[in-house]
Design a protein around this ligand. Structure first.
Ligand SMILES: Nc1ncnc2c1ncn2[C@@H]1O[C@H](COP(=O)(O)OP(=O)(O)OP(=O)(O)O)[C@@H](O)[C@H]1O
Ligand SMILES: [Mg+2]
Length: 242
């Protein structure tokens, strides 16, 4: 098998608060290959967002190693790390992080333009990504002119745009009605089928059913792993109507 797109080995993240230490993650091992979608579930505070931040190079482990496409994030210069995050990693944040002064299409095109893609091409790609998540008609609206669910879909389009190999999504369906949520998961799943590796944080078993495997976290530790999930294939072939 080819090497995983994402490899976490012994990843630990401690937060020091005065004399006490919070272990957000303890010795996590996780490999996600191209074509795979892995769901991460667990109670609030179990370390799901921390795991995603570390996988995307937005946070650094206090111990352990993170490889994205065989590159050890800890050994990269700040500029090289930023380039990996822009080119290889598509990230949907729990709190969206859209830039309020940019329209939807500008928000989605921005990471590609930062990467040196010509502005017209970046725009075309951005419109296509907005179409995939069903909000192309809102391309020229600003974030504060959209509903929470519409903003969420723009954030997802921004994560999908361009040839991203690693897609990280933190509760990407939180503000969406269930039909739109399923539609977004179908897009994410489709990208994984097409060769990306995906990690999806979710509270809902119904959404985790789109994944090949589920990793359960509790207090920063993997307490269970399941998968492949029975029914995920049939969900796909019946259009998610289960
Ligand atoms: N900057 C920080 N300083 C101290 N503790 C932190 C910090 N960030 C996270 N933590 C702690 O690390 C643990 C894991 O937090 P994390 O945000 O990863 O949880 P989560 O599983 O994403 O929760 P939720 O489902 O509520 O989003 C929690 O106990 C949290 O309080
Ligand atoms: Mg979280």
């Amino acid at each position: 098998m080819s090497s995983p797109v994402l490899l976490l080995s012994g990843v630990t993240r401690e937060h020091r608060q005065g004399s006490s230490v919070v272990h957000a993650l303890c010795g996590i091992d996780l490999a996600v290959h191209a074509g795979e979608l892995v769901a991460v579930m667990g109670p609030s505070g179990s370390g799901k967002s921390t795991l995603l931040h570390i996988a995307g190079g937005l946070d650094t482990p206090t111990a352990g190693q993170v490889l994205v496409e065989d590159r050890d994030l800890a050994t990269l210069s700040a500029a090289a790390g930023a380039a990996v995050r822009r080119r290889s990693v598509g990230y949907v944040f729990q709190d969206l992080n859209l830039l309020p002064s940019l329209s939807a299409v500008e928000n989605v095109a921005l990471p590609r333009e930062l990467d040196g893609v010509r502005s017209r091409l970046a725009r075309r790609e951005a419109v296509k990504a907005l179409e995939e998540v069903g909000v192309a008609d809102l391309a020229h609206r600003f974030p504060d002119e959209m509903s929470g669910g519409q903003q969420q879909r723009v954030a997802i389009a921004r994560a999908l745009v361009g040839p991203r190999r690693l897609l990280l999504a933190d509760e990407p369906t939180g503000a969406l009605d269930s039909a739109t949520g399923e539609e977004v998961l179908r897009v994410l799943r489709g990208r994984c089928e097409a060769g990306a590796a995906g990690v999806l944080v979710t509270h809902e078993a119904r959404h985790a059913a789109w994944a090949d495997r589920v990793v359960f976290l509790r207090d920063g530790v993997v307490v269970d792993q399941s998968g492949p999930i029975a029914g995920a294939e049939s969900l796909l072939s019946t259009g998610g109507a289960a």
